[in-house]
Design a protein around this ligand. Structure first.
Ligand code: NAD
Length: 435
């Protein structure tokens, strides 16, 4: 059993803390957000992440998991201090290191015995040295710094942590990295031991590659649209080749969320300022932006003019099974629709609270049918499971005009045409509605 402190209790920090506690360690989760910690101490979850609540509850009950806002309580005695704070995008594209810097400086003030600081936040290449220098300036207590980028996905965070494909650990201090590797040993997954910079780059390169795969298939979808091919079948035919693999080949509105947009931008920024010419990354970003504009263009084409129309959005979170709306495509789509004079209403099974804050100008509905009621067009933005088998007849009857723009290629064009919809998807031939 190790004594672990996790600094930052968001999607990554809370999952990490809960999972390490579940593996039998003594974990304290620390956050400067008083409300978040108060909620956790009342037994409430501050985020929506399937399955996490049970693991948190179980470990709190077992006395292995506690929550605090006090560094003075959490840091002394911890052998491992994980930094899992947010690293949002700065206006110039660089990762904003303010919170990492604050966490490192504050933890250093409370260190009383040697510890290993493990950087889980996604940070620019060179950040392990940066964190070490902040800590060493503030304390003479010996500290080792290990880079340990996180690869979990919101919506499947628990599974991704417990059944990790790999754990990456980067440090110039081999012994420290090996001690962190011991913590992960029960997971039984491959552990990549490398240097700090390589480890930090593995994270950025991985996210950039996945974003590239999505933008690639979206570019192919645009070509399919013009030439009458079906991108879903194209992706299936491609993905059966193990050198290509099927994941991340779903054409649609494109990527969003708290990681891909900021990480691809940060890598592009780092490459540019160090004299490279990251033209592929730039194209990947540009194609993604085009996809969001593309669905609005489809709405305009089918409706003629968006002024005065009522548009319903199904799904607002950046992907299914999360309430996270950071850089969600819905934000930009709503802005574009409103700019053209449409009135927008929306429904999301989990993100209503965040939507109320981030999209104050839209009407939030209790379900998909209420959103569709009297709508001139419906845009499927997030492919939640509950939309897969939606009652199409009821949806059709609720709408003023039966126009559906399927931004995630969730439905079958023939079924939609049979149900009487004028149906547009991404990179798929349009079927004419049966009169
Ligand atoms: P988040 O915004 O959900 O949580 C970050 C938490 O850190 C917040 O609760 C915030 O209050 C807290 N915090 C900020 N400054 C602090 C400080 N000085 N001391 C203590 N707490 C502080 O962020 P997240 O989504 O969990 O992401 C954390 C990091 O992990 C980011 O760098 C992100 O890029 C990376 N990451 C995220 C995901 C993901 O799916 N969300 C996946 C892999 C990696």
């Amino acid at each position: 059993m190790a004594r672990v402190c996790v600094i930052g209790t968001g999607y990554v920090g809370l999952t990490t803390g809960a999972c390490f506690a579940d593996l039998g360690n003594d974990v304290v989760c620390l956050d400067v957000n008083q409300e978040k910690i108060a909620r956790l101490n009342r037994g409430e979850m501050p985020i929506y992440e399937p399955g996490l609540e049970e693991v948190v509850e179980r470990n709190v009950r077992a006395g292995r998991l506690t929550f605090t806002t006090e560094y003075a309580e959490a840091v002394p005695g911890a052998e491992f201090l994980f930094i899992a704070v947010n690293t949002p995008q700065s206006p110039n594209g660089h990762a904003d290191m303010t919170y990492v810097e604050q966490a490192a400086a504050t933890l250093a003030q409370h260190l009383v015995s040697p510890a290993i600081v493990v950087n889980k936040s996604t940070v620019p290449i060179g950040s392990a040295d940066f964190v070490a220098s902040i800590i060493r300036r503030a304390t003479s207590v010996p500290v080792s710094v290990v880079s340990n980028p996180e690869f979990l996905r919101e919506g499947t965070a628990l599974h991704d942590f417990m059944q990790a494909d790999r754990v990456v650990l980067g440090s110039s201090e081999r012994e420290a990295a090996e001690r962190v590797a011991e913590l992960y040993k029960p997971l039984g997954c491959p552990i990549v031991l490398t240097d700090e910079r390589t480890s930090e780059m593995i994270k950025y390169a991985s996210n950039a590659f996945l974003a590239t795969k999505i933008s690639f298939i979206n570019e192919i979808a645009q070509v399919c649209d013009r030439l009458g091919a079906d991108v879903r079948e194209v992706a299936r035919g491609m993905g059966l080749d193990p050198r290509i693999a099927p994941a991340f080949l779903n054409a649609g509105i494109g990527w969003g969320g708290s990681c891909f947009p900021k990480d691809v931008r940060a890598l592009e920024y780092m490459a540019s300022i160090h004299g490279c010419h990251p033209q592929l990354l730039r194209a990947v970003i540009e194609i993604n932006r085009d996809q969001r504009i593309h669905v609005v263009r489809l709405a305009r084409e089918t409706l003629g003019n968006l002024r005065g129309t009522e548009i319903a959005l199904l799904g607002l979170a950046f992907k299914p099974n999360t309430d996270d709306m950071r850089d969600a495509p819905s934000l930009e789509i709503v802005e574009l629709l409103q700019h053209e004079g449409a009135r927008v209403r929306g429904f999301d099974p989990a993100a209503a609270d965040n939507a109320r804050r981030l999209l104050p100008g839209i009407e939030l509905c209790r379900d998909a049918y209420e959103a569709a009621d009297g709508a001139d067009a419906l845009i499927l933005v997030t492919e939640w499971n509950e939309f897969k088998q939606i009652d199409l007849g009821r949806l059709r009857r609720a709408m003023r005009r039966p126009i559906v723009i399927d931004g995630r290629n969730l439905w079958d064009p023939e079924v939609m045409a049979e149900a009487g919809f004028e149906y547009r998807a991404i990179g798929r031939p349009t079927k004419v509605a049966v009169p």
